[in-house]
Design a protein around this ligand. Structure first.
Ligand code: ADP
Ligand code: MG
Length: 560
């Protein structure tokens, strides 16, 4: 059969180069990535067969197999899962479709040290390509379940790969790594050692729900040995907290999130009663690059009675918790549930409510117990969580309790409770100003009087801030007021006197005010004297119900 040669997509080639020159020091994880892909492939096949009984595929003994050939220095990971078609191999293995790749690569090139690069790679998860950390050639043979012909893919990790159709490929995928020459100095990296393989599988892949088998090395004169299963296959979410180590939870997180870093928090929930389910949720330690893009894949994995049903099940968590990863295993759902059904299911809605509350109470707990971890959490996910202030009125109070904001009070963010505690005698409202950056807000003339009087102002710089302050309106009976809107009287006691004074001054300056009004007729509604400025001669203010300047700019930029 003919062999065709193709070029890797540019991004793919760059990532491969990084793998080959291996900035990632823990090379063992390549095996975790291959096993993880094999496990996904088995999940997909089981599900496809479940949905389409006519699919011509053998699902009687789904498993993963690891084979080592010491003489040839090869290591093979084989699965009898869904496999890939000829076109799919080119698409899935030859290109990187994930969004954010370009940004990642740019940052990688700019990362000065190996540790920085490692962190970035961790955010991305390089999956299949990690094989090139330990191999100088990788061959993949695959046949899509239900199809007659298979495909062989091969590459030395340089600019090109080859594709070839093969007739005798078994169902599923086998990936063969031609290992780099042994390093006599470093026995630790001998991936032809049975002991080493066992150790890696145990450490990274123990919870995989499919058997991972290996044939032990034969001693002299024995019968051909039987394959052994290396992993315990126990579903971590079904086991009690005491039985499972933090490391085991973290490995599950890495498997489902494709993140290489430890999560910030692990959340367990076991619901009993009429509708039973178990959940294991994770708050990552870093926001992914594409969190604010339209095609961000949100949601958790859904299992029904230990059977994997779907990735990215959106119905179980609201959009503002889209950064949360994890597994939910329900006892009483049909294996045939579809996304459409889930959206309408009453039980699913109940689960969503309960899971949301659990995540928010966990955030609260982190906040009370561990200021540093809370600070990380809010820095990474605060912007997303604030969307919930607008969309989830049921949990508004819980969200307001864990939210924190930049403030004129100091460098550290403040909660609303802390702000209220510091409010001056006679101060009725909570003041804020929105803008593009802390600096631009602090330089705003609107701030002058507040600064002069020592009144604290929250400095809000996210686009969503404009929206939630309106939606929420008040906190503990105190109005949230923009210092850029309407008339603000900072001096309630002297108000009457000031009123008289102002009237007098207004008369005095009526000529000037009138003239200014005429000049600016197209731009403004009114010109008035103000007590809010101490240094600047004038500033633009909107009516209490008008858009703030930042929103106005935003709408104008959109051409409205
Ligand atoms: P990820 O697993 O994060 O999607 P990978 O680089 O590990 O990224 O794999 C890329 C894609 O290649 C997978 O999403 C999958 O579609 C396909 N793939 C990889 N390994 C296998 C396999 N053993 N069986 C079937 N498909 C696979
Ligand atoms: Mg993968």
């Amino acid at each position: 059969m003919t062999t065709e040669t193709f070029e890797f997509q540019v991004e793919a080639r760059q990532l491969l180069q990084l793998m080959i020159h291996s900035v990632y020091s823990n090379k063992d994880v390549f095996l975790r990535e291959l096993v993880s892909n094999a496990s996904d492939a088995l999940d997909k096949l089981r599900l496809e067969k479940l949905r389409d009984d006519a699919l011509d595929a053998d699902v009687s003994d789904l498993h993963i197999e690891i084979d080592v050939d010491r003489q040839a220095r090869t290591l093979t990971v084989r699965d009898n899962g869904i496999g890939m078609s000829y076109e799919e191999v080119g698409q899935l293995i030859g290109t990187i479709a994930k969004s954010g790749t370009a940004t990642l690569l740019k940052e990688l090139r700019e990362a000065q040290d190996a540790a920085g690069a490692e962190g970035l790679i961790g955010q991305f998860g390089v999956g299949f390509y990690s094989g090139f950390m330990v191999a100088d050639e990788v061959t993949l043979v695959t046949r899509r379940a239900g199809e007659g012909q298979g495909t062989r893919w091969s590459s030395r990790g340089e600019a090109t790969y080859t594709l070839e159709r093969v007739d005798d490929a078994p169902q599923g995928t086998s990936v063969t790594l031609h290992l780099k020459p042994a390093d006599p100095e470093n026995q630790l990296h001998d991936y032809t050692s049975e002991w080493k393989i066992r150790e890696i599988v145990k450490r990274y892949s123990d919870f995989i729900t499919w058997p991972i088998r290996m044939v032990p090395e034969t001693g002299d004169g024995e019968d051909a040995p039987e394959p052994q299963t290396l992993n315990s296959m126990k579903a971590l979410w079904a086991r009690s907290r005491e039985e499972v180590s933090d490391d085991e939870y973290h490995e599950l997180y890495k498997h489902i999130s494709h993140d290489w870093r430890e999560p910030l928090e692990t959340i367990r929930l076991q619901a009993e009663g009429t509708f039973e389910y178990q959940a294991l949720l994770f708050i990552p330690s870093h926001a992914p690059h594409d969190l604010f893009t339209r095609d961000f894949k949100r949601g958790v994995q859904l299992y029904v009675k230990r059977v994997f049903i779907m990735d990215d099940c959106e119905a179980l968590l609201p959009p503002y918790l889209r950064f949360v990863k994890g597994v939910v295993d329900a006892q009483d759902l049909s294996l045939n549930v579809s996304r459409e059904i889930l959206q309408q299911d009453r039980h699913i809605r109940m689960m969503q409510r309960r899971l949301t509350k659990k995540v928010l109470s966990t955030v609260k707990e982190i906040m009370t117990k561990d200021a540093e971890r809370y600070a990380t959490l809010w820095r990474e996910f605060g912007t997303v969580l604030k969307e919930g202030l607008v969309t989830d009125s049921d949990n508004r109070d819980a969200l307001l309790a864990v939210a924190s904001f930049a403030t004129t009070h100091g460098e550290e963010p403040t909660t609303l409770a802390q702000y209220v505690e510091r409010m001056k005698d006679g101060q009725e409202d909570i003041y804020y100003l929105t803008g593009e950056s802390r600096q631009s807000i602090e330089n705003s003339p609107h701030m002058e009087a507040f600064r002069a009087k020592g009144i604290e102002v929250l400095l809000l710089t996210d686009a969503v801030d404009e929206v939630w302050v309106d939606a929420v309106g008040e906190y503990e009976g105190k109005k949230l007021r923009s210092v850029a809107k309407g008339e603000i009287d900072l001096d309630a006691e002297g108000a009457e006197k000031a009123g008289e004074e102002r009237e007098k001054q207004t008369e005095e300056y009526s000529g000037l005010l009138g003239w200014m009004r005429e000049q600016l007729d197209e731009e403004i509604k009114e010109v008035r004297l103000s007590t809010r400025l101490t240094v600047s001669p004038a500033c633009v203010v909107s009516d209490a119900h008008d858009l703030t300047p930042a929103l106005e700019n935003m709408y104008r930029a959109m051409g409205q």
